[in-house]
Ligand binder design. Structure first.
Ligand code: NAD
Length: 517
């Protein structure tokens, strides 16, 4: 029988992306010096080996850093709008390879093909944003208190930026960082998740081609492979002024400490525990669409996935029934098949965590409304396909406080006023995304006010999941406090310098201090 890889053209996608694997007897990727142990990449879609890559050893890493540091010296001298032109060309290449890359993302990570394409579109969007920004790296000018003096600030490139990314956005998170860092004049060393190494190689090949065409050193973009040990090469390395790390809060706490210990900067994008508040005035149809997509999209493996629904008691039963009914229509299976809504979890360890969460919520007194379970048999050979589940729970349950990276949705009830709902919403350690479904202007504004949601993202009549690249993206508390992508997030990739110029023949001191010699 025809394999999924053959039926959906995976080999062809790998060919278009120039991804050669160790299995074919060649080295992987175009530019990285990896000679370490073999990392095998199995697809969660069908459990098949897609290919193997080699991990980066400490010695390889030293070579990469040499090449990156030397590329930085050249790159920082290229005027910012010309750097933008390179990012523009990179965006064009992504447009050309969108289908192939979207397919690889879907097959290696397990999200639906549509979401894979959406992820590549985000890469294209951030390139467009960065191109415009390359002409707008503005500093302020100030009036000096001294006569004949001019004072202003400017932004300079930082140096080598280290990027550590998670499996669930195997390509977009890298470009959110790198497109901005490049126009800022930095060079980047990227360690993708060890669970999605082929996506990393595909991206590296695309930028390598652009750099080669423009006669620029490929060290502007470097790729290293491996697990946390390879990540630690960067977090411990004082030649890297900024580490941008996306992943679990557990990882972020270790990285933050390591980087702060050498007084480096870190940009942390960590776990979420996102909630939608559903008020008595909510549009139920919109609520169901937002909540169901938020909870089951990417099989609940988005940092912004909806994990909690906080529903007012007066409409609780109505919303509950509508959502339970909607779950009956979900089709779970091969994510490359556009008829399916929900694909697999990343691996069997994630399946174990999902099962444990469902056991735990029952143990703590919760009621299962939509049964979970693991699919087996034909089409589910990888053992990674699970049923999206819903449980009635209480906010104070330990498991509800926790981010389970799977399609498990908790329904929580609130009574009386919006303040109660906001308290429940804020009463978790994480602070990434939040939403309110309401047609009541007062409640919406209260949710957005300083006594409202404490999250980095707060939406009205939109779910928690997904974000546009134009806004700064990130969250508070245990989500790490970092912001990337739009707005003024670029500033973290640069160092700020204040300059004062004296064009007189006197040397007056500031604050009127006299120092007569
Ligand atoms: P993870 O923490 O297991 O791994 C993330 C990355 O960190 C991987 O590349 C891993 O190798 C590396 N890493 C782990 N320990 C490290 C260490 N001590 N030093 C250096 N590097 C280390 O996370 P995951 O399972 O790949 O991703 C899921 C998590 O990521 C979820 O918690 C999710 O919410 C979060 N996430 C957050 C955002 C966001 O923007 N806030 C976006 C995507 C994912």
């Amino acid at each position: 029988m025809e394999s999924i890889a053959t039926k959906f053209g995976i080999q062809n996608a790998l060919k278009i992306l120039g991804v050669q694997t160790v299995n074919e007897g060649t080295s992987t990727g175009s530019f990285h010096f990896s000679n370490g142990e073999i990392i095998e990449s199995y697809s969660p879609v069908d459990g098949q080996l897609i290919g193997s890559v080699k991990a980066t050893t400490k010695e390889d890493y030293e070579t990469v850093m040499k090449v990156a540091t030397s590329a930085f010296k050249a790159w920082r001298m290229v005027p910012a709008p010309q750097r933008g032109e390179i990012v523009r060309q990179f965006g064009d290449k992504l447009r050309e390879k969108k289908e192939a890359l979207g397919k690889l993302v879907s097959y290696e990570m397990g999200k639906s093909y549509q979401e894979g394409l959406g992820e590549v579109q985000e890469m294209i969007d951030i390139c467009d944003f960065a191109v415009g920004l390359s002409r707008q790296l503005h500093g302020l000018t100030m009036h000096s208190e001294r006569p004949g003096h001019r004072m202003y600030e400017q932004y300079h490139p930082l140096g080598v930026v280290g990027i550590i990314s998670a499996f669930n956005f195997p390509v977009a998170v890298w470009s959110w960082n790198t497109a901005l860092a490049w126009i800022c004049g930095d060079v980047c060393v990227w360690k993708p998740s060890e669970k999605t190494p082929l996506c990393g190689i595909a991206c590296q090949n695309i930028i390598a081609e652009v750099l080669k065409t423009n006669n620029l050193p490929e060290g502007i973009s470097c790729l290293i492979n491996g697990n946390y040990i390879v990540g630690e090469f960067m977090t411990k390395d004082s030649r890297i002024p900024l580490i941008s790390a996306t992943g679990s809060t557990r990882m972020g706490k270790i990285v933050a400490k390591e980087v702060a210990g050498r007084l480096g900067k870190s940009l942390l994008e960590l776990g979420g525990n996102n909630a939608i508040i559903v008020t008595p005035d909510a549009d139920i149809k919109m609520t169901v669409i937002g909540a169901v997509f938020g909870a089951v999209g990417t099989a609940g493996q988005r940092c912004t996935s909806t994990r909690r629904l906080i529903i007012h008691e007066t409409i609780y039963d109505k919303v509950k029934h509508a959502i339970v009914d909607a779950y009956k229509q979900l089709r779970i299976g091969n994510p490359l098949d556009e008829n399916n809504h929900v694909g697999p979890l990343i691996d069997t360890h994630a399946v174990k965590m999902y099962k444990e969460a469902l056991d735990k919520v029952v143990e703590e007194g919760g009621t299962i409304l939509v049964e979970g379970g693991v699919f087996s048999g034909k089409g589910y050979e990888s053992g990674c396909y699970v049923k999206p589940a819903i449980a009635e729970a209480k906010s104070e349950y330990e498991i509800v406080q926790h981010e389970t990276f799977a399609p498990v949705l908790y329904l929580l009830k609130y009574s009386e006023s919006i303040e109660n709902a906001i308290d429940i919403q804020n009463n978790v350690a994480q602070g990434l995304s939040s939403a309110i479904m309401t047609n009541n202007l007062r409640e919406a504004e209260q949710f957005l006010s300083q006594e409202g949601s404490d999250c980095g993202i707060a939406n009205v009549n939109i779910g928690t999941s997904g974000a546009e690249i134009g806004g700064a993206f990130g969250g508070e508390k245990e989500t790490g406090g970092g912001r990337e992508s739009g707005s003024d997030a670029w500033k973290i990739y640069m160092r700020r310098q204040t300059n004062t110029i004296n064009y007189t023949t006197e040397l007056p001191l500031a604050q009127g201090i006299k120092f007569d010699l």
